[in-house]
Each structure stands twice: as C-alpha cells, then as structure tokens.
Design a protein. Structure first.
Length: 927
C-alpha cells in the first residue's frame, strides 16, 4: 500500500529525473553544437590543408620527371661497362643504361642504331629493357608482375633525355692529361617539353622507327668528353640538373589572375614551360675542365678498417660521378705477401685477386688505382712479430741499411703492384721518427739520421726503377729538413713543418732523386698563404711543384668534421688552382686514426626481430642499396672546386642537389651531424696558423663515466640540451622520404651518439649534487633500478649503439679490427654497470638506515685539466689518464696531430731483438 510519503517521494524522484533528463538533453544539445562548430573548423582547416597540399602537389606535378636513357650503341666502348654499373647501382631510378647490341664491342653510332649483321641490336634485349623501364614507372619490381594480367595502358609521364657520349678527338688536346677531365654538353632541340611520354612500350616503338630509318623524334643530349673521368663527371652533372630546383618557388603562380580556378590549367602549363626552359638553359651551358692532370682520393685501409671489395666498388662509383680519376688505398700491412703469413696477420689483408678485382672495376670507371704503402716507418703492426725482429730499428721503423730489409721491401713492392695496372707507387717514407736511433746505432754506430734516410730512399728508388715504377713520397720525410726545420721530426710540432720558411741547401737538392714526386700534405690551414709558401719551398727543392694532399677530417671522431674540412679544402684549392703554383696533381685524404670510429662508410641496414639483420639490398630494389659515407660531402666539395676556375665560387645550392642526385642524401643533414663535435655556430679560426677542429663527442663518449675527469672542461655549457637538439634534428632527417633520401637512414649512428651524450655528459655533476645533499628521490631518478632511471636509459642506449655500430662495421669492413672498438664499448658498458650497482647499493643502505656507506668516487672534486682549452679541444690517441683505456699504438698512428701529448704504452726494447720470454706488454695478442 502506497503512503503519502511514498507518493511525495515518488513525485520528487519524478521531478528530479525529469530535471536530469532536461539538463541531459540541454547538455547533449550544447555538446552537439560544440561538435558541429568543431567539425566546421576542422572542415575549414582540412580545406586549407588540402588546398596547400594540392598546391604543393601541383608544384611537384609541374616539375618535370626526367629519365636519362643511354643506349650502348651511342656510347664509346670505353664507357660502356662503367655506365652499366652506374645505372644498375644508382641511388635513384632515373638513369637507365640499355645494353642492346648483339656485339658489345661495336663502335659508337652517332646517327641511328647500327644495321650491319655484326652490329645488330638484340631484339629480346630491347623488349626486356622496355618492360623493365615501364615497370619502374609503375613503382613495382618485375618479380611482382602477374603474367596473365594485361599490361597498363598509361604510365606516369616522363621526359626522356637520351644521352650520347662522343670521345673528343681534337688533335690539340688529344693525349694531354689536362684534357681528361673535360666535357661539354649540347642538345638536339631548343626544348625538351614536347618529348613527354606515358605510353607503354615507347622504347620499342622509338627504336623500331629508328632502325627502319623512319622519323623518330627524341630529345638527345650529346656529351663530348676528352677522357673517361670527364665523361662520368658529365653524367653526375646531368643527374644533378635533373634534381635541381632553385627557381621553382619563384615560378609558383607567378602569372595567375583573379579567377585562379579557371586559369589553373593555363598557369600549370606556363609554370612547366618556364621550368623546362630554365633547366635547358642550365644544361646547354654545361662545360667543365678539371684544373689538374689527376684528381685523387686516398682512403686509409690500415687503421682497423679494411674496406670490403664491394664497398670499394661503391666508392669508385661515387667518385667517378664526381670526376675523380685516382684512388689510393693506404695499406701498411693490409695486403698479402706470398710466403709471409705474419705480414697482415689477423688484419684482413687484401689478396692479389681482390686487388685485381678492384683495379678492373675502377679502370672501367676511368679511375687509376695507385698502390700506397710504407717502406720505412708506420710498420709497427708488422714489426711487432718475432718473424721481423731482425728488420727492426725501432718499434715502428725498419732497419735502414739492412740487406734483409731491402730484400723484403722488394717483395712488398712486387706483391702490391703486380695485381694493378698503374706504374706509379706511393712508398710513404713519412713520420719515420727515431730512424737510425734504435738498433741501427748498436749495429752501425752513430750516423747522421738525414744521411741514413737519404741512403735508404735511394735504395728503395733503385728497386722501383728496376721494376719500371715511378715512386712518390710524403714530403715531411726525414731528409727534407728544410720543410720542418727539424721541429716536426724531433718534436712532433706543427710549428716547424707548417710554419717554417727555412732555405733550401744545395746538399739537400742533390740528395733527393729527381724522378721521385713529392706530395705536400696539409690539413690544418684555413687561408691560402701557408700553402703558397710551402709550394714555393718544394719547387726550390727539385725544380718542380709538388702534388698537393688536403684532408677530409674523418680521424679521431665519430663523424666527419665537414665545416672545417671544407674551410681547409677551399683554402688549399685557392692556392693550387692559381696557375703560378704549377700544381698538376691533387689528392684528398681520408684517414682512420684511432680505430676508424668515424662513420666514413656504412651500409644502410634494417633491424629485424630476434636481432636478425638483413641488408636492404636483399629486400628492396637496387636504389636503396647504397653505402653511406659521412666524408662524401667533403669529397664532392673538393671535386667541385677542382672543376671550377681559379677564384670561382661554388654554387652551394647545386652542391646540395648534386649530393642528393649522386649519393641520395641531404647535405644539410650530413653537415648538421658534424655538430656532435661543435658547440658554436662559428668557431673556425681564419688566419695563417695551423688549426685543429675539436673531437668533443669522441672524448665525451669514452670518458670514464664515474670520474668524469674532463667535466670541468665543459662547465658552463648545457651539453644535455645541445645533444638533445642535435639528436632530435637528426631524427627528423631520418624521417625524410626514403625514396628521395635513401642515404639519410644512416644518420642513426650520430643520432644514437647524441642521445647517449645527452644522458652522459652531466650525469656525474647531478650525482654529486644529489649525493652531497642526501636527495634520495633525485638519486633514484638518476640511478634507480627501474628502466626509466637516467643510468638505466644510458646503459640501454650504450647497448643499442654498440650493436648497431657492430652491424655497420661488419657490413662495411672486414671483421678484423672491430675487436678494438668492441673493447672500448665493453669497457664503457662494464664501468656503467659497476657505477649503477654502486649507486643502487648506496640507495639500499639509505633505505635500511645505514649511515656508514659512502660513495668515495663522488667525494673527489674534479679539477680543470686544460685551463686554456675549455670544451673546444681535440684529444688524441689513448689519453688514458682521462679516458677509458683504449687500445693504443700501432693501429692509431698517421697524419693526425693532437693538442695533447700522446700516451704510448711500454713496448719491447727498440734497441734489442725481441726476447723469447713474452712480457706482460705483449699487446699484439690482444687489442
């Protein structure tokens, strides 16, 4: 029975429910209004975004898609093999070399395909090439096609530029070395705009018409070249023009009217016409001449990293497109000598067959491979073995005057030159510190070291002459004392070798065999004057100008110091391109001192589950299968200077475009990665003094993490923020389109280094503060056991970097030598683990209320080690008083110089033969 109270309560509940329903409905209406308003805004935003996107797509559509097509019957036979390789491995899909001749040795035809029986075209090859090109335009590989499906009726429109290469036969220039790097470009028509095609089988139709003598209109680009290096340089130049867009923005809707939608088609057509006209103007104005008889690159294959043959081939393709015609592989003991197993023992030396394979491949690309060895100093890797104890003067220098030594040098020269075509040889002779001052003095008594060196040089020169070879040496050799004023030789000081102006004596002139070419190397000056001074001194020595070797700063760092390298290269080029310098041979060098840590050359790889690694070559089309070199922008910059007239400026925008077209990377992102070692926007000195560029990231990574002895050097710098920004921007660079920027994926290593340093640099500073103030929460955040503590994240990043770096190494180099870097990673990982456990033990004692536990490592106050240097300094070698113990000595010597004293460990006595008893410093059994 319902009571009045129940009725009243029921009415109240009913009213309340009604009120709630009304409020709910009102709320729903309000929410609906908000959603409608939000949807309207989103629609407007989407419309704007769509308009912007469509505008961008219109700009992209307006930009002509260009394919370079090269038929073998229009190419001189000397270029065919090289062009085929460049087409097969090109990083983009817009260059197709077609091998269509039944007889590949047929001569070049300049009018139409050959019709003689012995020069006939292979019809099957024509159809296969046509299908391959059609499917490339569909963006799918041939092996994905389904046979029963009908072929497409229309393809993505492309402009085809047919390339024709004609050897320059000007009698005035024929046979001169200077003409080898020369090319000139002309075109068949005043515009290529009418030659767009989107029909499948266009190639077959065109060639059939040409073979039958019919009218076959096409846009033909004729390259007249004097030497193979000029021909391949021209191809690289044209590839750059197909990607060059410096004027697209200025053309966008430049002639649009108020009724934009009605005139969109007209404007798009007008934009495309203007773009085509400007591209053609740039094309027909293309003609270049190399300023030197030879333009070369030297790559260090003795500091741990011995490049795999396939990577040397990749390098050859890159430098051929840049116009280089010389490659030197610096090999101290990394080539095999028959019957000498301890020469290059566990170092991955090149076999004779590998050297021959490299030489054949380079020859097809117009590149001369010149052997580059050592015949006096820098032979510590060889001399550490008892087998060679009788040939040793000091731990690093051969025993001059020994008949056994000269017999062995003859075997060395025979082994390195026999697989190669070149009759030139680089015999080193640099930095032979302590020559005649070790076992030599015990055996032969005291003699003037310069005389000992000169006698040795003449003996080695006689061996070369007997073999029909033309030797060259580095000009900082012992006898060239006027170049160093003995300061360079005796004190390892830049002040003598680079800033000296000592006069040349007649005795010195007579001591150097006239047939030996001197190579003056200088990687340290940012103005032309010092280079000019030294070149003049060399000319006084043997009445001819030296070859000039610049340097791309890859040594003692994780990433090439590109800005500083470009400063020094520009200064040296300004000096040697002056006709008065007389320099005819230019060389740039890539050294790998201190373990080849620098990402000179890595292969882009993809990580799979369960730590399985597959190369992109095996799972993606060929354009993605490219090697990445952090030094490549420097090589390209060097080549652009070599092909530009004296005092001419380099086109920075076209430099970026050529790097994209030839190498597949963003030049700006590569230069950005150099900020790993640079804290300032402008920190390069421009004066006549020898300068270094810092290697900040190297010594920060290997700095002992618990002590951080060098942390006062960077006091006042927010390195955490600096490296966070660098790593973030490198991540953005990696996210660029992989189709357009395939090489940018290899920015992962510098990105990982940056992320590690963001966590590591100020770690001790934070720990000391938290420890001193007994801040348990802060200590937990820094070193707690959880995965999100700072130390846990740093250790995880260290492991990731180690494994990734290892994968890169194994894909790029022979495995020998990685053990040196792995020991460094192992030391860092072990110290981080010990540090973490020590701190966790302290945290546990705090929780248990134990007050006696201390962390003594955090109670020592760090001091400023180098008051005048700050953070901008270059640490050299294994500076083990501050850093983790790094594997030292023989693997870590070359032309790199250091601000700091070099710390060498004790070695076997340089004045005695190696004893039978193995000492504790018998370090060649470990790295």
């Amino acid at each position: 029975m319902e009571t009045a109270g129940d009725s009243t309560q029921s009415e109240v509940d009913s009213i309340t429910d009604a009120t709630w329903r009304m409020e709910e409905q009102a709320g729903e209406k309000e929410e609906a209004k908000k959603k409608k308003k939000k949807k309207k805004k989103e629609k407007q935003s989407t419309t704007k975004t769509t308009t912007d996107s469509e505008s961008k797509e219109d700009d992209e559509d307006d930009w002509p898609s260009i394919r370079l097509v090269c038929c073998d019957f229009e190419v001189d036979p000397e270029l065919r093999a090289g062009l085929a390789e460049l087409s097969q491995h090109h990083v983009h899909r817009n260059f197709s070399y077609l091998s269509l001749l039944s007889n590949p040795h047929s001569p070049t035809t300049t009018t139409h395909p050959p019709t003689r029986q012995d020069d006939a075209l292979d019809l099957d090859a024509i159809h296969a090439s046509s299908r391959a090109m059609d499917n490339a335009r569909l963006n799918r590989p041939l092996n994905t096609l389904v046979p029963h499906l009908a072929p497409p009726t229309r393809l993505r429109p492309e402009f085809w530029w047919f390339l024709q290469f004609i050897k320059q036969d000007n009698e005035e220039e024929e046979g001169t070395a200077a003409s080898a790097g020369r090319f000139k470009i002309s075109t068949s028509h005043a515009s290529f705009e009418p030659f767009s095609n989107c029909e499948p089988g266009f190639l077959v139709t065109l060639l059939d018409s040409m073979r039958l003598g019919g009218r076959a209109e096409r846009f033909l680009v004729t390259v007249r070249y004097a030497g193979r290096s000029g021909g391949f340089r021209a191809l690289g130049h044209i590839l750059g023009l197909t990607k060059h867009r410096p004027f697209s923005a200025s053309l966008s809707l430049a002639h649009s009217h108020s009724k934009q939608q009605q005139q969109a088609s007209t404007n798009a057509k007008l934009r495309r016409t203007l773009i085509c006209q400007r591209m053609l103007a740039a094309l027909v104005q293309s003609h270049e001449t190399c300023q030197f008889d030879s333009l070369g690159l030297m790559v260090d294959c003795s500091r741990n990293g011995v490049l795999r043959v396939i990577r040397v081939k990749q390098l050859c393709r890159f430098i051929a497109l840049m116009g280089l015609n010389v490659l030197q592989l610096y090999t101290e003991d990394t080539y095999q000598i028959k019957g000498e197993p301890f020469f290059g023992y566990f170092r991955g030396p090149y076999t004779a067959l590998e050297l021959q394979e490299i030489d054949d491949y380079a020859h097809a690309l117009g590149i001369e491979v010149i052997p580059c060895i050592q015949t006096l100093g820098h032979l510590g890797q060889m001399l550490q073995w008892p087998r060679f104890g009788g040939m040793r003067d000091t731990h690093d220098v051969l025993l001059a005057g020994s008949q056994e030594v000269y017999g062995f040098i003859e075997k060395m020269i025979q082994a390195i030159t026999s697989p190669l075509r070149s009759k030139k040889i680089h015999i080193g002779m640099d930095e032979a510190h302590g020559v005649s001052e070790g076992r030599y003095r015990q055996l032969f008594g005291h003699k003037d070291s310069c005389q000992v060196f000169t006698d040795h040089l003449n003996r080695v020169n006689q061996i070369c002459t007997k073999m029909g070879l033309r030797p060259m040496i580095w000009s900082d050799s012992k006898s060239l004392s006027f170049l160093s004023s003995f300061f360079w030789i005796d004190n390892n000081s830049l002040g003598g070798y680079y800033d000296s102006s000592s006069p040349v004596t007649p005795e010195l002139v007579q001591s150097i065999p006239p047939e030996i070419e001197l190579i003056y190397w200088d990687y340290y000056h940012t103005t032309p004057a010092p280079y000019i001074n030294k070149i003049n001194q060399h000319r006084d020595l043997n009445h001819k100008s030296p070859a000039m070797a610049s340097g791309i700063w890859t040594w003692s760092r994780f990433w090439t110091a590109l800005p500083f390298s470009m400063e020094t290269i520009a200064a040296s080029m300004a000096a040697i391109k002056d006709p008065q310098s007389g320099v005819k041979h230019a060389l740039t060098t890539i050294w790998g001192d201190e373990g080849n840590e620098c990402d000179m050359c890595v292969f882009h790889i993809i990580h799979r589950k369960k730590e399985k690694i597959k190369f992109m070559k095996s799972i993606l089309p060929p354009p993605f299968s490219c090697s990445s070199w952090s030094a490549l922008p420097g090589i390209l910059f060097y080549s652009e200077h070599a092909y530009s007239p004296h005092k001419a400026k380099i086109d920075d925008e076209f430099l970026k475009t050529k790097f994209l077209a030839i190498c597949g990377g963003s030049l700006e992102d590569f230069v950005l990665a150099s900020k790993l070692d640079d804290l300032q926007d402008e920190n390069q000195f421009v004066d006549d003094k020898a300068r270094f560029t810092p290697n900040l990231s190297k010594w920060l990574i290997w700095e002992e993490p618990f002590f951080s002895i060098l942390s006062p050097q960077y006091a006042g710098h927010d390195l955490e923020r600096h490296y966070e920004v660098v790593a973030g921007r490198l991540e953005e660079g990696m996210q660029r389109g992989q189709e357009e920027y395939p090489m940018n994926g290899r920015l992962k290593l510098p990105k990982l280094i940056g992320k590690m340093l963001a966590l590591k640099c100020h770690l001790r500073e934070r720990l000391v503060l938290a420890y001193a103030n007994n801040q348990r929460d802060e200590l937990l955040a820094l070193a707690g056991p959880g995965p999100h503590s700072r130390l846990s994240r740093l250790r995880a990043l260290c492991d990731e970097t180690w494994k990734y770096h290892r994968d890169l190494w194994m894909s790029m180099y022979k495995p020998f030598g990685w053990e040196v870097l792995e020991l460094r990673y192992g030391g860092l990982r072990a110290r981080l683990e010990s540090m973490h456990e020590r701190l966790q033990g302290y945290l546990e004692s705090m929780e248990d209320g134990e007050g006696a536990v201390r962390i003594e490592e955090l109670e020592v106050q760090t001091e400023l080690v180098y008051p005048s240097s700050g953070a901008v300094m270059m640490l050299g070698k294994d500076f083990s008083c501050c850093l983790l113990l790094l594997p030292p000595a023989p693997r870590c010597s070359s032309h790199s110089l250091s601000f700091l004293p070099l710390s060498y460990p004790p070695r076997l006595s340089s004045r005695q033969s190696p004893p039978i008893l193995l000492k504790t410093d018998f370090s060649f059994f470990s790295s």
